[in-house]
Design a protein around this ligand. Sequence first.
Ligand SMILES: Nc1ncnc2c1ncn2[C@@H]1O[C@H](COP(=O)(O)OP(=O)(O)OP(=O)(O)O)[C@@H](O)[C@H]1O
Length: 951
Amino acid sequence: MAEPPRVSFRDGRLASRKAEEAVWRRHQAAAWLQAMVGSFGLPSCPSEQEFVASLRNGIVLCKAINKLQPGAVPKVITNAACDSQPSTAFQYFENIRNFLVAVQELKLPSFEASDLDKDNLDAGTVGKIVDCVISLKSYHEWKQAGGANGPIKYMKSPLAVRSSQIQSENIALGSSTSQKRLDLAEADADTQAFQNVHPDMQGAAEKLQKIVVDCMLSYKENFDQNILKKDSKLISAILASQLGKEQELRKLFQDIKADFKTLQIQFQDDMTKLGENIQEISKAALGYNQAVKENKNLYNTLQELRGNIRVFCRIRPLLHLESISSIEHVGNDGSVMVCDPVKPQSTRKIFQFNKVFGPTTTQDEVYKETQSLIRSVMDGYNVCIFAYGQTGSGKTHTMCGPSGGLAKDFGINYMALNDLFNISTSREDVKYDIRVQMVEIYNEQVRDLLNIRASLSNGPLNLPDAKICPVQSPSDVINLMQLGEKHRASGSTAMNHRSSRSHSILTVHVNGKDIAGNVSRSSLHLVDLAGSERVDRSEATGDRLKEAQHINKSLSCLGDVINALAQKNSHIPYRNSKLTQLLQSSLGRNAKMLMFAHISPEAESWAETLGTLKFAQRTSSVELGTAQANKESSEIRELKEQVDTLKKALASKELERTSHKLKENSIPSERTKQVLDRTPPRSRRLSLENASSAKARIPERKTQKLTRSMMTFTQDEGITHDRECTTDGFKDHNSLTQVSAKFNEDPVREENEKIICTVDTVEFCQLPSDAYNLLKQSGLNTPEGTPCRSRNMCSEASCGDDSSSTVKLKKNMTSTATKKGSHSHLRKSIQSSIGRLIHGTERRNVQHSAQGTPAKITTSMCHDMTPAVTSDIRLRRRQSLTGIPPPPTTMSRRSSLGGKSDINCDSPRISHGSRERKLEMIKYGIRFLCLIGMQSDKILQKTIGIKVGQK
Ligand SMILES: Nc1ncnc2c1ncn2[C@@H]1O[C@H](COP(=O)(O)OP(=O)(O)OP(=O)(O)O)[C@@H](O)[C@H]1O
């Protein structure tokens, strides 16, 4: 089946372009004709028909050529017929023929006469007519130009698209010949005609050029179609390859997609893993933070356990820039590397301290590191800060400031006191009292720097004797410090012209009391030591040599103390120098200490630098143990006061007893007199206790302990208090009775309280009746022997004569007894200790015996709480403690006291007997009271110590 002819888009475009050109040429031709012959009714852009119709009679054409070439058509028939019939083609043929002849004579393109007759005009015939007119026009223009522009040039009509011809050709020849639409024949004809007219080469070239252009155009326009038809194999090959490529691409796409999916899954896995890792890392980070915190805490704990002794090293800047420094490196971790500048090849030495301040460190930076220590003074800790180092190494600079505390750049002394004031104002609930002492130790003599005259007139003094100045503000401190500095001994040495050759000690006493009545007492020693250089280097002689020797001696004593502390010796040689003596409270296990080791970096100071660093290193190795704050709660303080009062009461009772005995024995034996004269009352008691025959019966250890306690009490406290408290001894004694009674009355009794109540009351009950009566006679509000003695005691206490102290004590004890918090523990220990002391540990093991002996305690029946103790055990213990033989065993204790027995009212009452017996009874009671006092005190101290330590 024949392929249908295809008219490409290019064909259509060419045709339209040609049509446009034809229209344009017609317009040109019409315009020229009208210009030549005048308007003859032709539109400016006539159609083919209009154009041909207007020229058909040949008149316009003849007129035009005549105008162009006058006489070219000698006779133009204008009215072919006289009648009104339209002229026929024949009638005007003459015109056309003449015109064509004239055109030919001009050698211009012409047309066939029949071309004007055709009814169905085609583009080709009309084009010929138009070409003829256009050539006339060109000839006219050429002629007008005088033929100067070379041969005549005119444009031929564009090739007519003979669509009908193409179609027919396509049908007839098939698609293979369609490319022959180029009207070569016509071109050839035109070329031939042109060559005939203008045989010159230029015209031929132009013609040729035109032909080539047309050919190319035509070829180009038919190219795609041809290729498509001719090279279908190629195209299909191309298509096949394209398909292959597409498939490849598809495969590639699939692969990429698969890869992408894998990557996506991998990415998700990675993300999940990353999330897990991040979680782990964050956990680890949290753990790390925790560990860092714990580390910090442990470090602090370690510091505390090591005894809060810190050593800072401060390096002074080089005074002369040209000097070589012995400091090689200062680490942030508290290390310092030094090397002998004279022997740079020598081994470097590294020392480790808590902190090392380089030469550029400011006073503020130094103080910041010290501040925490200063603050702990306000919390009740004793603190000692001292500056150590050779002369001119910057000790005074650190402690007082660049010019002894007078300049702006204050030292630690001023900043510390300033801080203390700031803290004291910020803590509204605590009232602080700050006092300052300033002394110097010069040639092993203490001098008061705030009261130099007194110091000079009275000679050397101890620190407590130095003037204490209350300070209210930092300006007070500055004034005092200035005064002290003025008085400080200074002199010239070869090493430092303003070297201070005395140790200066600024002591700040801080007493705090909060609204609850808790008190704290602490002291801060700020010590600027004298230079530690070697005697030979200071070139001192005479007085200066003596000064230097004293300085070195006291510094070496300080070293000894530090060494002894480092080695944990039982004996610390504080007393070897005034310096260590004064600093004793802050140079021990109960204080915080900071040492500034000062270094001069100059080469000539190498030996001293090394010495200072070694000393500082030794100091930093000291472990002092946990520092304890000097704090007391109000309750503890009151209990202590009560213990003191009891001690006083006991002491006065002792005196009373002595005087009574003296009265009774109006003529004392010579031996007794001697004893009384020689021995103070308490010592005598001690001797009695030591001589006790019962000693052998109690366990060795217990006896020693007891004896030691008594000795301590007698030696340290007893005599003094005896002197002070002679008059109101009974009053206080009475207080004890009331205290005991109060415990019994306490409605919220705990087991231990019961025990102590029992102990106190029972022991009083256990007094022999003579002693009891004697005590009563001598002013002690002892109740009559009643079955429930403690109750009576209590009721009597409330109406006693000595109301003030009684009421106070009673109140205190009530508050103590009712407070279950921190002090119930204290009370319990006191009570149980006293209980144990009196009754021994067997109390716990002793069963409530059914065999009611007469010696059984009455109060146990009253309160139903006293553990049963056999009379035997009790009597033996009492005997062992007091050294007094027990009352006759045949008597019940109740009856022995002279009271009515609640069980056996008919028990025989002991008669008053001899004076000796009475005295013995009194002695018995007093000794017991003394015992309670001492033990309470001891236990109290122990308990306080433990409590504070725990804090
Ligand atoms: N950190 C420092 N920065 C700047 N100058 C300093 C520093 N330390 C010390 N100096 C200067 O060094 C000199 C000696 O210092 P200072 O008097 O404080 O030494 P010292 O150890 O107290 O001497 P001495 O034992 O004789 O009392 C002073 O002029 C002081 O200003």
